[in-house]
Design a protein around this ligand. Structure first.
Ligand code: CTP
Length: 207
C-alpha cells in the first residue's frame, strides 16, 4: 500500500517570528513510516516543523501551517491508498498575521483566532471509495469514549486514541478503535510497537 502519513505539529504564525504550536516531536509519524517500510509498504511523510530527523529513504514534504499541511495532503492523496493523520494539527490560527516583529512597546496584542481547515474531513470528502483513513484522538478523559465519538464524527476507518502525555515522549498507552469497536489496547508500549500494530491493522483490512 502507498501510505501517506502526517507527523509533527503545525505552526500558526502571529507575525514573522512568533507562533502558536504544540510539543509534538514527530516520533509517532516516524515510527509509522518505519513500520510501513518494514512491512513492505510505500510510506511518504508530510511533516510539520520538528527537530528530529525523519527515517531515511522515506519521501518527505515539509510544511509549516495547518493550511499548508491541508494543501499538501490533498495534493498527495490521489497517489496513495491510505492516510494516517498522526500530526498534531493546531485547531486555531491567529486571524491576522502581522508583518515583521511588532515591538513590545506596541503593547499586548489582542489575538483573534479562527479555525484551521479540518484535514481529515477534507480528505474524506475527496477520497475515492476503498481509500483507508486513520485518525488520532488525543484524549484527556476516557480513551474509548473519545475514540468512538471521533470515529462517527470524522467518518474515518480507524481511530488511534492516546493521552496528551503521549506528546513528545516515546512510551505511551494507545487504543485502536474500528467501526465495530475496540480492536486493540497497547499498554505503555514504545511508539514503534504501537506503529507496527497500526500498520498491520491497515495491511490486514485494506481492500
Ligand atoms: N486533525 C485534522 N485537522 C485539524 C485538526 C486535527 O485533520 N485541523 C486531525 C488530527 O491529525 C487527528 C484528529 O484530527 O488525527 C483528531 O485530532 P484531535 O485534536 O484529537 O481532535 P479534535 O477534532 O481537535 O477534537 P477535540 O478537540 O474535541 O478533542
Amino acid at each position: 500500500m502507498r501510505i501517506l502519513i502526517t507527523a509533527g505539529p503545525t505552526r500558526e504564525h502571529l507575525d514573522d517570528v512568533r507562533f502558536l504550536s504544540n510539543a509534538s516531536s514527530g516520533r509517532m509519524g516516524f515510527a509509522l513510516a518505519a513500520a510501513a517500510r518494514a512491512e513492505g509498504h510505500s510510506p511518504s511523510l508530510i511533516l510539520g516543523p520538528v527537530d528530529l530527523p525523519p527515517p531515511p529513504d522515506v519521501p518527505v514534504t515539509r510544511v509549516t501551517s495547518a493550511q499548508e499541511m491541508h494543501d499538501a495532503v490533498l495534493a498527495a492523496l490521489p497517489a496513495h491508498d491510505a492516510l494516517v493523520m498522526a500530526a498534531a494539527v493546531a485547531d486555531y490560527r491567529p486571524k491576522q498575521r502581522a508583518k515583521g516583529k511588532p515591538r513590545r512597546s506596541a503593547g499586548p496584542p489582542t489575538l483573534e483566532l479562527v479555525p484551521t481547515p479540518d484535514i481529515l474531513a477534507a480528505a474524506r470528502a475527496v477520497a475515492r471509495p476503498g481509500f483507508v483513513i486513520v485518525g488520532f484522538a488525543l484524549e484527556a478523559g476516557d480513551l474509548g469514549e473519545g475514540a468512538r465519538r471521533k470515529l462517527a464524527e470524522k467518518r474515518v476507518d480507524w481511530i488511534v486514541a492516546d493521552a496528551p502525555a503521549a506528546i513528545g515522549v516515546d512510551v505511551t498507552t494507545a487504543e485502536i478503535h474500528g467501526r465495530s469497536g475496540l480492536v486493540m489496547r497497547l499498554d505503555r508500549k514504545p511508539k514503534a510497537d504501537i506503529a507496527l500494530a497500526i500498520i498491520r491493522q491497515l495491511g490486514a483490512t485494506a481492500v
